[in-house]
Structure formats: structure tokens, C-alpha cells
Design a protein around this ligand. Structure first.
Ligand code: CDP
Length: 230
């Protein structure tokens, strides 16, 4: 039976959140699950360039995810690889599901996520941080998005796998999930590995329970930012 020394199987790593970190960005946030740390910033809303991409019906969202060279043991190459492009695309879809785009027609935002330290779970940390950065930029949103990986390490169901667990030699399954809790909607669900249907249902429940905790911490961090300004 797989067990953890530092936390219970159903616990996330220590979560650290900063909002409004970069004063020259319209909105910004940092989100950490333990040693996985992601910086995000929002530029805009602003006029669409090139102009032919303008959408009469809503805000155009561009999202870029990148891992900085010093974020992993093996130096990542500068520039986007296929994985970065895939993550950029899926996270952009998550943000399109949470920003009320029709309130900002003919405008665009650029949202950037930089992984400065990677220990698995970077896409979910990027989603949590980007959602806070958008809220701090004042973008109209249905709710904050709350994401984490759940999965299976050996025979045990767990929340928030770290890199050691993702690479566990007896086998591991990684299932990143992003919740829009207010609407009871899942905006992202990926599965790398295998689980039974019964395990899948348990993991979904676990992800929702942990998403609620993340939501509380996100709200606290956002409130902290505005209270410290007033
Ligand atoms: O980070 P996330 O779990 O969302 O995505 P992944 O593709 O499952 O990657 C898991 C982890 O592998 C990353 O968080 C990094 O710790 C590591 N990784 C790496 O060291 N170098 C890469 N080029 C890609 C991933």
C-alpha cells in the first residue's frame, strides 16, 4: 500500500497564493502546490491586433504557457514545444469557459503563465493562477476556476501528485481536473493512465472536495489584495 510521509493521501501539498504581484500588469497572480510554482499575468483588455481577429460577439483570449529553463532538473529548452502548445490550448479553453466573453466584444487579452519551478501539476497550478490573475484584472467571470490533479499511485487514490508520484515505478495514473464550482461544471478533465469506473467516480468526488478548499484559499487571497488596498 502506497503511503506518504509528509501528508495524507487525500491532502494537497502546501498551497501558496499571491495576487497582484506585478504592478504593471492589468492582473497577476502566483500559485504554488509545494515546489510547483507558476507566475501568471494578464495584459488587457485591449484593442485586437491584428484587427481581422476581432470578434463582434466577445473577448478574444490568448493564453501562453511556458516552462522556464531553470524550472526542472533537466534544463528545458527555451521556446514552446508540443507539450507547451497542448497545455496552452487546454488552459485557454478553460479560461474561455469562465470569462463572460460577451461582456467585452471586440477586445482581447493576453494571459501568460510561466512555470518557475516544476514538480508536477503545473497545468492545474497555471489554471488556478490564471483564474486569479483574470479576477484581479477585473475581467467579468462566472466564478474562479479550481484545478488539481488527482490519481492513483500504486493501489492508492491520491490528491495532487508530485513528480515522484507521477513517475512511481509500480505505476501511476494522473487525472487533472478543473472545476467551475458555482455552475457545477468540469472545464478540464484529462487522464494519463488507467482507473476503474468506481475509482474514477471516487477521484472525481475527491477532486471536487479539494477544489472547494482551493476556492476558499483563492477567495481569501483575492479579498486580502483588495482589503490591503482600501
Ligand atoms: O506539470 P503537469 O503535471 O501539468 O504536466 P505533465 O506533462 O504531466 O508533467 C509532469 C511533470 O514532469 C512536470 O510538472 C515537470 O515536473 C516534469 N517535466 C519536466 O521535468 N520536463 C518537461 N519537459 C516536462 C515535464
Amino acid at each position: 500500500m502506497y503511503s506518504r510521509k509528509d501528508r495524507q493521501l487525500n491532502e494537497t501539498r502546501k498551497i501558496d497564493i499571491r495576487v497582484g504581484t506585478f504592478p504593471n500588469a492589468s492582473g497577476s497572480a502566483v500559485f504554488a502546490f509545494g515546489d510547483t510554482i507558476v507566475f501568471t499575468a494578464v495584459d488587457g483588455p485591449k484593442p485586437v491586433l491584428p484587427k481581422h481577429l476581432e470578434d463582434q460577439n466577445g473577448l478574444l483570449i490568448r493564453f501562453k504557457y511556458d516552462m522556464l529553463p531553470f524550472s526542472t532538473e533537466e534544463r528545458a529548452k527555451l521556446g514552446l514545444n508540443r507539450r507547451d502548445i497542448e497545455i496552452s490550448e487546454v488552459v485557454k479553453e478553460v479560461l474561455e469557459g469562465t470569462i463572460i466573453r460577451n461582456k467585452l466584444p471586440r477586445l482581447m487579452v493576453d494571459i501568460y503563465a510561466y512555470v518557475i519551478s516544476a514538480d508536477a501539476g503545473t497545468r492545474t497550478a497555471a489554471i488556478n493562477a490564471a483564474s486569479l490573475a483574470c479576477a484581479s484584472a477585473g475581467l467579468p467571470m462566472y466564478d474562479l476556476v479550481c484545478a488539481l490533479s488527482v490519481g492513483k499511485v500504486g493501489d492508492s487514490l491520491v490528491a495532487d501528485l508530485d513528480k515522484y508520484e507521477e513517475d512511481y515505478e509500480e505505476g501511476a495514473t494522473d487525472m487533472p481536473v478543473a472545476w467551475l464550482l458555482k455552475e457545477d461544471k468540469i472545464l478540464l478533465l484529462q487522464l494519463d493512465g488507467e482507473v476503474s469506473y468506481e475509482e474514477f467516480e471516487k477521484l472525481l468526488d475527491l477532486s471536487k472536495e479539494k477544489a472547494k478548499q482551493i476556492h476558499e484559499l483563492q477567495e481569501k487571497a483575492l479579498r486580502g489584495k483588495y482589503e490591503s488596498k482600501s
